[in-house]
Design a protein around this ligand. Structure first.
Ligand code: GLC
Ligand code: GLC
Length: 821
């Protein structure tokens, strides 16, 4: 069952039914001001940090779903008189009143959402977006009267302010029911809770029309014991003119609108965030009145429709440019629209928000993950190389002197997070993959010479290259009894906690370590080490550092030997050794016999490509782990809680790391399949979790069909095929890498752009445009045989190998013809 359709020309997903299985979200904003917005206008906004600068409220885990949003109510002021409409008002976004709408359509695009509906012959369209460079959001309402008679309407707006710190806002009522303050001036509602003391920021809610009333106290607007679905003010048709003093500050405007038959009217609402210099907070200075000198011109500007239109065009252009860096035309529409639009868009959102704020991440939880951010970078480095550079240096600055890493850091302070600490032994290795991806994309070798601190500590600076070397060294200094890397708190699989042994309810599986950690080892980290060390080897060769290259070669060889000796199970790679030195991910195990991660990572590291072991491992994946909804993380699922395994066995079978389809890992197998030249199987796996390809089963899948989810329930769950945790997941970056670099084969390397597709046999070819180091590569791929043999013709000349030599500087575009036979 579908709830909408893709409009690829406009790069939108169009939802045609408001009651989707879950709220289907989009994001507003791409710089400092952000908002989540659902298909029924639910969601909230914040400035930079979803916890500490929350502008509006949202009620997670509430009923009905998706409570709190950017609401407008339309009231028919003649309804009572004619007695036609049972209730004189409705929500043009369906929520929160949930009245039946005669027409409904929500268009989610890149950084904007348009919700259009019709009820009682009144059409409404609301366009929500955040202009580039501004800390505000626009709600542009267009009303059209399709009646044969004049319409006498009222529009009420409603936003519920959050008292800034979202955590405190939802817990500390003894204080925060007595702090709320607002100002109402020139029709603008200002939210200024705590502005009197240490805050120098406030929010504002403005409207383009002369007001017929306003409210700023929630219970006056709603009425006691009423919800957002039936505000008493809207019901009665006049505002309470309430001025919040403590309790629950809200913003609501009331505007009366007379529309002749066929007449149309635009009303603009602005919700924004503004800071003032500390010494100029008040005007006059000795008053408690907000100084509005800076904010007024901004408000005036965006209350004018022409400026709104320009800002919207600028936003569209911004996304044209970002998405234009890679565009493909293949025979498969799901591939095309994910690569060209949605997957790239999702990668930008994971860049912006890491794992902080989504329908499944409350914005008050964790900081930026070290490994997450490094992997996310793989998906956005081609769109925003400068910001990728900055991100890399930020990450490296939080690295420990030992070469290890804080597991998380706080984006506002850019410091490592002490609460979560370190000791996730895979973490530092991802910095190598990210840095090397950046250098391949940009050719910016100078980044390796940048002097970067450790742990943010002055005087500890070394070149970034040394940070990477220390990351490898960190692994080498922590080898276990089998010569494999010690796992520490966990490796990529945060829930495989082999040193935790927690039997205390509520204890954190991630930060508790009850064992010394000198026994449990990870085959996955061994594979990741080899993968990272090979990147470092390529860099050393490029820099003609023979000593380093030699050293790395030796280290790689000895890690490979350790894997073959103790990490190979006969038909697949093992997963780990536990604290008792017992194997996990082996045919010897009753549960957890085979895991996906080491199969993907070890093969990506090049293990077993010759001699058939990689092929064998992939056969085992296909046999034991693959389902039609994607590849499960492990099998058989853990049927009970095992003290020595930790969080992984805390989930019911089929969910999350306990044998769920943890989508992040699926593209690793896709990449591995292409390394063996098996394009059919690679693309088949790619499609199983491709959200567009799953659109048809939206009723089962439940999450948005335009973005990846972290997890799809595995075969052991009664809800097999149902997705969760959409939007902010490493799945976005890895799928982007797998489809663009491995299947389509357009791959940045240190020497230039490699083009070596491994596509399905049924494809006759594809076309692509890729902007790489300032040059536009126009690529035409033609298949003339069933194999994978590639030959390249660049600007009419045959070249050897698969890498297009770097063109002369300032070459605008080059044409590459690729033949596969
Ligand atoms: C979550 C975490 C990520 C981890 C994964 C597997 O997605 O953000 O760091 O690798 O779970 O446990
Ligand atoms: C939970 C999640 C896991 C995540 C971890 C760390 O355990 O299940 O996916 O990686 O938290 O935040």
């Amino acid at each position: 069952m579908r709830y909408g359709f893709f409009d690829d020309i406009n790069r939108e997903y169009v939802i045609t039914q408001p009651d989707t299985p879950l709220p289907w979200m989009n994001y507003l904003g791409c710089e400092n001001y952000f908002g989540l917005i659902s298909n029924t206008a639910g969601g909230y906004s914040f400035y930079k940090d979803a916890r500490l600068r929350r502008i509006s409220r949202y009620r997670y885990n509430n009923t009905p779903l998706d409570t709190g949003g950017r609401y407008l109510y339309i009231r028919d002021n003649d309804a009572g008189k004619k007695g036609k409409i049972s209730r004189p008002y409705w929500s043009p976004t369906w929520m929160p009143t949930r009245d039946t709408l005669d027409e409904y359509e929500c268009r989610h695009g890149q950084g904007y959402t348009v919700i259009k509906s019709k009820a009682h012959k009144i059409e409404s369209q609301i366009r929500y977006f955040v202009p580039l460079g501004e800390n505000l959001e626009i709600w542009e309402l267009t009303l059209t009267n399709h009646r044969k008679s004049a319409a006498n309407l009222s529009v009420f707006s409603a936003i519920e302010f959050c008292l800034w710190d979202a955590q405190d806002d939802s817990t500390n009522y003894q204080r925060n029911l007595s702090t709320g303050q607002v100002e109402i001036a020139d029709g603008v509602i200002y939210h200024k809770t705590e502005y009197r003391e240490r805050r120098n920021h406030f929010a504002y809610f403005a409207c383009s029309e002369k007001l017929d009333g306003y409210d700023t106290q929630r219970e006056t607007f709603l009425g006691q014991y009423r919800g957002w679905d039936s505000p008493v003010v809207v019901e009665k048709g006049f505002s309470g003119e309430s001025v919040a003093y403590g309790w629950q500050p809200i913003g609501s405007h009331h505007v009366k609108v007379q529309l002749n038959p066929g007449q149309q009217k635009k009303i603009i609402f602005l919700l924004g965030y503004q800071e003032n210099p500390k010494d100029r907070k008040f005007d006059p200075p000795d008053s408690q009145t907000i100084n509005k000198k800076k904010v007024k011109p901004i408000i005036t500007r965006y209350l004018r429709p022409a400026n709104v239109e320009d800002a919207f065009d600028a936003l569209r252009l911004h996304w044209d440019n970002l998405l234009g860096r890679i565009q493909v035309t293949t025979p498969d529409e799901h591939t095309n629209r994910m690569v060209n639009i949605w997957n790239a868009y999702q990668c930008m959102m994971t860049f912006n928000l890491s794992r902080s704020a989504s329908y499944f991440e409350s914005g008050i939880g964790r900081g930026m993950g070290f490994r997450d951010s490094n992997q996310d970078l793989l998906g956005f480095v081609h769109m925003i190389p400068d910001r990728a550079r900055e991100r890399l240096l930020d990450l490296a600055t939080t690295q420990l002197k030992s070469g290890g890493a804080f597991h998380q850091y706080q984006p506002l302070t850019k410091e490592g997070n002490n609460e979560v600490g370190s000791g996730f032994n895979d973490d530092p290795l991802w910095l190598i993959l990210a840095t090397s991806a950046y250098v391949k994309e940009t050719g910016d070798w100078a980044i390796l010479d940048e002097l970067v601190r450790y742990e943010n500590e002055r005087g500890t600076e070394t070149p970034l290259l040394e940070h990477l070397q220390r990351a490898l060294q960190y692994t080498l200094e922590r080898l276990g009894p089998h010569g494999l890397p010690l796992i520490g708190r966990a490796d990529w699989n945060d829930c495989l906690n082999l040193n935790c042994f927690s039997d205390t309810p509520g204890q954190s599986f991630q930060t508790t370590m009850n064992k010394e950690g000198k026994v449990a080892e990870s085959v996955m980290i061994a594979g990741l080490f080899i993968l990272a060390a090979k990147e470092m080897f390529a860099i050393a060769n490029y820099l003609e550092d023979e000593d380093q290259a030699k050293k790395l070669k030796k280290e790689i060889a000895s890690m490979e030997a350790a894997v073959w000796k103790s990490g190979w199970d006969g038909a697949w790679f093992r997963r780990a050794y536990d604290d008792f030195g017992k194997v996990l991910g082996s045919k010897k195990n009753k549960e957890g016999k085979i895991f996906i991660e080491p199969q993907g990572i070890c093969i990506m590291a090049g293990l077993g490509l010759r001699g058939g072991k990689a092929a064998k491992a992939l056969e085992s994946v296909s046999k034991h782990l693959a389902t039609r909804h994607g590849i499960m993380l492990q099998q058989p699922a853990f049927s009970e809680y095992y003290l020595h395994l930790g969080e992984i066995s805390s989930y019911p079978p089929g969910y999350k790391e306990n044998a769920g389809i943890f989508c992040h890992t699926n593209p690793w197998i896709v990449i591995a399949e292409t390394m063996l030249g098996r394009g059919d199987r690679a693309h088949d796996y790619y499609l199983r979790i491709n959200p567009s390809n799953r659109e048809e089963i939206s009723g089962l899948h439940k999450c948005e069909p335009y973005v990846y989810s972290q997890m799809i329930a595995g075969r052991d769950a009664p809800t097999h095929g149902e997705a969760k945790n959409s939007w902010l997941t490493g799945t976005a970056a890895w799928n982007f890498v797998a489809i663009t670099q491995s299947i389509l084969g357009i791959k940045p390397t240190l020497e230039g752009l490699e083009i070596s597709p491994c596509i399905p046999t049924s494809w006759t070819g594809f076309d692509a445009v890729r902007v790489f180091r300032g040059t536009r590569y126009e690529i035409q791929v033609v298949r003339i045989g069933k194999g994978n043999k590639i030959s390249l013709v660049v600007e009419g000349k045959h070249i050897h190998g698969k890498v297009v030599p770097l063109p002369r500087k300032r070459t605008k575009s080059i044409f590459v013809k690729v033949t596969i036979r």
